[in-house]
Write a protein that binds this ligand. Sequence first.
Ligand code: AMP
Ligand code: MG
Length: 337
Amino acid sequence: MKTELMPVTAASIALGASLMAEGKLVAFPTETVYGLGADALNGRAVLKIFEAKGRPADNPLIAHISDKSELAPLVARVDERAQKLMDAFWPGPLTMVFPKSELIPDAVSAGLSTVAVRMPSHPAARMLIRALGRPIAAPSANRSGKPSPTTAAHVFEDMEGRIPLILDGGPCGVGVESTVLDLAGDVPTLLRPGGITAEMLREYLPDLAIHPAVLHPLQSSAEARSPGMKYKHYAPNASIVIVRGTPEQIAARYDASVAAGKKTAILCADRAPYGDRFAYELGHDAGEMASRLFAALRAMDDDGIEAAFSEQTPTDGVGLALTNRLLRAAGFQVEEG
Ligand code: AMP
Ligand code: MG
């Protein structure tokens, strides 16, 4: 299959919608990461997403809508908490998990009784949903196990030959996947941190719980409230160690690794303390760091890096999402300097 890469225009959106209406897959930009979309109400089309990504069949997808009024038919009920959160944070990077309605094919919810729904703020995503006239089921447009794509070029790397069309809307602003909030049970639970932070949610949900898997390895798969938690994520070929220490200690780790013959890199806020050592600079503010992390992880593979040492990252605000993704990329290897 030939994969077309087209800038977002009225014509490419119309083409994307017509391909999706025929049951085909289209990758498109959102404010978080690029999504790999299919008509969410067409179970056969949705199954193609799992095939193209190499995604385990028990890892459900997010249904994307273009207007709040499109939520009700997809879910069994919308309670007062959800209503308030929608008013506060939609459109935007907040996914909410609801008991699902019968409209949702099993392929979308991977057999669960719940469905995850989000209304993105990216205009191209909303135009595509409107043009299709149905919700779009979309996970991130990477091959399973690779970092989520934050540019159309990343999508092309992973999906060339597997899908007919990639809509290029430039780099994604948030750069990490949406916040996932489970509202299907009594205690609202943050399953995945993202651009809508725990602090922002707490204003509306004083009893918000944070699932332990956000910052710790799962002890057993029975603990997984979100099937995606079970799977290895964002892992580059390099072994990454997060070092709780000073730049001098990180530089010493780097030097020892280079002396052992390994192609080595540093992940840091600012390269200045590391001289001419090979470093990926993420920036000083957690939002900026989160938006650059996945591109840096992909660059590590392109650069043939075998070992990397990362500075510790903050865990407040968007820092929680950054640290959650970095810990997964590092396989939870955190060591004292
Ligand atoms: P992705 O968009 O690739 O990040 O994948 C969607 C994420 O949403 C995965 O981590 C899923 O596990 C999570 N998700 C989707 N549907 C549900 C659901 N019904 N309950 C809990 N988590 C979900
Ligand atoms: Mg994903």
